[in-house]
Design a binder for this molecule. Structure first.
Ligand code: ATP
Ligand code: MG
Length: 419
């Protein structure tokens, strides 16, 4: 991709009125555009990052047997009424925030979660114990009337969610799958270079047991987490009276208290939605039972914001390689024909090696400062410079975004870097 052709451009100034680091840098770099508080367009550059995050999520969901589907955002009132969630909590009958105006006698809500829709779909396909277990997921836009939406992509009124739903014969089978999902989530956050602590939180409306949140400790987070560094114990402050310095209930070491960003969570739903929607199966003895369900969320757009909160410096974003918009950023410094030609050669070689869509090629006629500042702001993991200086040395200047020193390399050494 030639940088002169990019749809978006970087700006020199930080956007006005943005308090959060992730929104500031993502807007400045041209990854996203803010429509209104908590509502963002994901621009081509940002979509590259989001697609890479989603790819990791898809791979791990598929690996535990999840099948991808896509449910509607527009959800008729009758679904919410059946679970007693129309007007309760998040869908407001009278508020314009979530309701879509339509013809008389018709009311729709914009989906903020999909237990109702999936439970009613599952009725068509789950009849017998032989049909269980099953699990499906989607990556889809959700809508919520979030009162405070000032944290950029961390809290959207419209945001992307990966929601997985599972169906089981009994609690035991649910619990086994629940552990598998926890394992898959650990892999996802590991691969995205995020240290997410499995944190106990309140069971909410559907279960007396704990739910588990995946919390990335970061001051930009809105949750407060008590955790132990010696063992893996962690609880959301909402459910514990422990304070910083108190003894860990598991290993007695002093616990710490910090802000956390909830990047994912797992819920046991029990038979709440199965009974609301009369979702039953026949067991081996021919007896009817309610299906036991689980629901498991991850926020891909929140993850994109979290990566920026975790990985940036005063110059810009430092994407972990797996989420970077491009694997390599080739930059030509200098207008001479010789340098330009060498730059084109590098672009061609890198494209052969990584695929053209994984190489950003800065062939713009802009100042050295502007080009290097942009490279730092955009945050691709590896920057390769061609200049009069590198030509004279018959080498390329290679710099990793997360390291301070650049290295001179031959084309062959560069190739090995990407092997
Ligand atoms: P929170 O406590 O932060 O409001 P939640 O408990 O409401 O989150 P869920 O309804 O379970 O979250 O949603 C599943 C996942 O979707 C969350 O773990 C988070 O990653 C993401 N998510 C939830 N609300 C938002 C939001 N307003 N903006 C962006 N992502 C969100
Ligand atoms: Mg919420």
């Amino acid at each position: 991709m030639r940088q002169s052709k990019l749809f978006s451009k970087t700006t020199k100034q930080l956007p006005e009125g943005e308090e959060s680091k992730n929104a500031q840098l993502l807007i400045k770099g041209g990854f996203v555009n803010k429509s209104s508080a908590g509502v963002y367009s994901i621009l081509p550059l940002g979509l590259r990052v989001l697609n890479k995050i989603n790819q990791v999520i898809r791979e791990e969901m598929n690996a535990i047997g999840g099948e991808e589907l896509l449910m509607p955002s527009l959800i008729n009132k009758k679904y919410w009424e059946q679970s007693n969630r129309w007007g309760v909590d998040v869908i407001y009958k009278t508020s314009e925030k979530r309701k879509v105006e339509s013809e008389k006698d018709f009311d729709y809500g914009l989906g903020w979660t999909h237990e109702e829709v999936i439970a009613s779909i599952a009725k068509h396909f789950i009849n017998s114990y032989k049909d269980l277990p099953k699990s499906v997921y989607q990556i889809q836009t959700k809508f919520r009337a979030e009162p405070r939406a000032q944290a950029g992509l961390l809290r959207g009124r419209e945001f992307l969610m990966k929601d997985l739903y599972s169906f089981h014969r009994d609690e035991k089978e649910l619990n086994e799958f629940y552990q598998q999902v926890i394992g898959a989530y650990k892999k996802i956050f590991d691969r995205l270079c995020l240290k997410a602590r499995v944190t106990e939180a309140s069971g909410g409306a559907f279960t007396k047991e704990y739910t588990h949140e995946f919390q990335v400790l970061n001051h930009a987070g809105e949750d407060t987490v008590l955790y132990c560094e010696k063992c893996d114990w962690a609880q959301n402050k909402e459910i514990t009276s422990l304070e910083h310095g108190d003894q860990c209930p598991k290993c007695n070491a002093p616990v710490k208290m910090d802000r956390g960003i909830e990047v994912g969570n797992v819920f046991r739903l029990g038979t709440k939605f199965a009974s609301d929607f009369n979702l039953q199966y026949l067991d081996a003895n021919g007896k009817k039972n309610f299906v036991v369900m689980g629901s498991y969320g991850i926020g891909p757009t929140r993850l994109m914001g979290t990566l920026v909160e975790e990985y940036h410096d005063e110059k810009g974003i430092i994407w972990p390689e797996i989420a970077a918009p491009f694997r390599a950023h080739a930059v030509v410094l200098g207008d001479s024909e010789k340098v330009q030609k060498e730059g084109e050669k590098l672009y061609k070689n890198l494209s052969g090696l990584l695929g053209e869509s994984e190489v950003l090629f800065d062939e713009r006629s802009a100042s050295v400062g502007e080009k290097l500042n942009d490279a730092d702001l955009l945050g691709c993991s590896v920057r390769i410079v061609v200049s009069e200086k590198t030509l004279a040395a018959k080498k390329l200047e290679v710099k990793k975004r997360n390291e301070s020193a650049a290295q001179l390399m031959t084309a062959n050494q560069l190739k090995k870097l990407f092997a």
